[in-house]
Design a binder for this molecule. Structure first.
Ligand code: BGP
Length: 485
């Protein structure tokens, strides 16, 4: 037995996390093709049901491409990181970031997804971004696919429903591994891979009106992603010695609403359906509990010879996940429901919720970390956590976001507790260190940042950056390695 740890390890990776489609803008610049994210319009509040409104039909895609839709598409414009990344990275460096999580917009490299040759201008852009990060001593952590499937793959194969997409993804990964092998060591294969279950379009570029059986298609598409993920994990290890590849899950620690065993079993089942994704990546095989689920739902996974070996032989180096909230499930239909990130449950009377109904649960993060560690004994990386909130700009330009500091402080405290419990946690990237377009609502007013961006929901603003109170707070957290919160 080793002695108990006292706090964050010396080389702990503090930083922030983003996604290309919510940040970069320049959606049609320098040869970039359209991606699924470019088709997502701003959803006005009155049309929203609390969760994510990101499913799209094939007829809508046609209308958008024919220019018949007048709504705005904020993800096409982001916060113009494409032209301002030097200024933004300098601010991250000022906060002392050790790591910055970003995604490569796949359609910048292969505009249609299935092209034979990569787009040099796209490759050059990320060269410049990585160089800028490394100049400041910031390690890039790169997501290969963060809700940004090239639209060409949707049109040709109905996205990840088609097995052919594996080979295109592998070619894309091989291209960027070879190009950035001296610059990027940490890679994630798919952002929140479990999103497929909630929104097949977002997770896999799949137009659901084109399929007969949603569940069958969804889990088949996931099989393609698991194989693709294992193949590129292998490739990364071959091309970049010492590289570290992780999977990424939207973790929903699920509680039973009562101690009634019926609720307890229901919560266990929900946890299995969620942990299925990390089981696939960390253990490399389909778990027994899924065999029953597949049978009861008439799902048959079509595998090709060699798939099982590929999965088993290429498990990930670390587990990464987003954590915003916990979920509570009840077998009774009487309890009041609540929204959440991707999915909701019933209201937990012990927790408060954000303005979007996501229930704030710092202790749940300690529980999550311990459960992951017990299950896999692989290093853990929290690659998303934070509070989406409305910020008020004072007359003098200051922003007193005490609620954000309070949220993060409580979560970081629980991370420290988990480390003392013996969990191996290697890093923490707060979601949206600079305000960016919200994934679920495409709004700017749902803000996460330490850095404010002058841009509103209608797309008006100077795009100027300014520091919120949380900026100096986080800077001190990093400087003291989590000792002063
Ligand atoms: C996660 C996504 C991110 C991010 C975050 C916050 O599910 O990986 O892309 O946006 O949620 O969600 P939102 O922007 O909807 O508040």
């Amino acid at each position: 037995m080793t002695t108990a740890k006292k706090g964050f390890p010396e080389n702990f990776l503090w930083g922030g996390a983003t996604a290309a489609n919510q940040l970069e803008g320049a959606f049609d610049k320098d040869g970039k093709g359209l991606s699924t994210a470019d088709m997502i319009a701003h959803v006005p509040k009155e049309k929203r049901t609390g969760g994510h409104a990101m499913e799209i039909s094939s007829s809508r895609i046609e209308e958008i491409l024919a220019g018949k839709i007048e709504e705005r598409f904020p993800k096409r414009f982001g916060i113009d990181f494409y032209h301002r990344f030097r200024e933004d990275i300098a601010l991250f460096a000022e906060m002392g970031f050790k790591v910055f999580r970003l995604s490569i917009h796949w359609a910048r490299i292969f505009p249609n997804g299935y092209d034979q040759e990569p787009n040099e201008a796209g490759l050059k852009f990320y060269d410049e971004v990585f160089d800028e990060l490394l100049k400041h001593g910031i390690e890039p952590l790169v997501t290969l696919s963060h809700y940004e499937t090239p639209l060409g793959l949707t049109q040709k194969y109905n996205g990840w429903a088609g097995r052919e997409v594996i080979q295109h993804y592998v070619r894309y990964a091989e291209t960027v591994f070879n190009r950035y092998k001296n610059k990027v060591k940490y890679w994630l294969t798919f952002n929140e891979i479990n999103v497929m279950v909630f929104s097949p379009y977002t997770g896999g570029g799949i137009l659901i009106d084109k399929v007969d059986n949603k569940l069958q298609t969804t889990y088949q598409a996931l099989h393609h992603q698991f194989v693709a993920s294992a193949l590129v994990t292998k490739l990364a290890h071959e091309i970049i010695p010492g590289s570290q590849v992780g999977c990424m899950l939207a973790r929903m620690e699920t509680y039973p609403a009562t101690c009634n065993p019926v609720d307890v079993q229901l919560a266990q089942h929900e946890n299995q359906l969620n942990l299925f994704f990390t089981d696939m990546h960390a253990r490399g095989q389909y778990p027994n509990y899924m065999a029953r689920y597949f049978e009861e739902n008439n799902i048959v996974i079509q595998k090709e010879a060699g798939d099982d070996e590929i999965l088993l032989n290429n498990t990930v180096d670390f587990i990464s996940f987003s954590y915003y909230m916990s979920v509570t499930k009840s077998a009774s239909a009487d309890l009041e429901e609540t929204a959440g990130n991707l999915t909701g449950g019933v209201k937990n009377p012990y927790l408060e919720a954000s303005d979007w109904g996501w229930e704030i649960d710092p202790i749940g993060l300690r529980v999550t970390l311990n459960n992951f560690w017990d299950r896999y004994q692989k290093p853990l990386f929290i690659v998303e956590n934070g509070l989406g909130a409305y910020d008020k700009v004072e007359e003098d330009g200051s922003i007193h976001d005490t609620y954000r500091v309070d949220y993060l402080k409580k979560h970081i405290e629980q991370m420290k507790e988990a480390i003392k419990d013996g969990v191996e946690l290697i890093g923490f990237t707060a979601w949206g260190p600079i305000d960016l377009v919200s994934m679920s609502t495409s709004e700017m007013s749902k803000r996460y940042g330490f850095i404010y961006v002058d841009l509103d929901d209608e797309g008006n603003g100077t795009l100027e950056r300014s520091k919120k109170d949380s900026f100096d707070w986080y800077k001190n957290v990093i400087a003291t390695n989590g000792e002063q919160l």
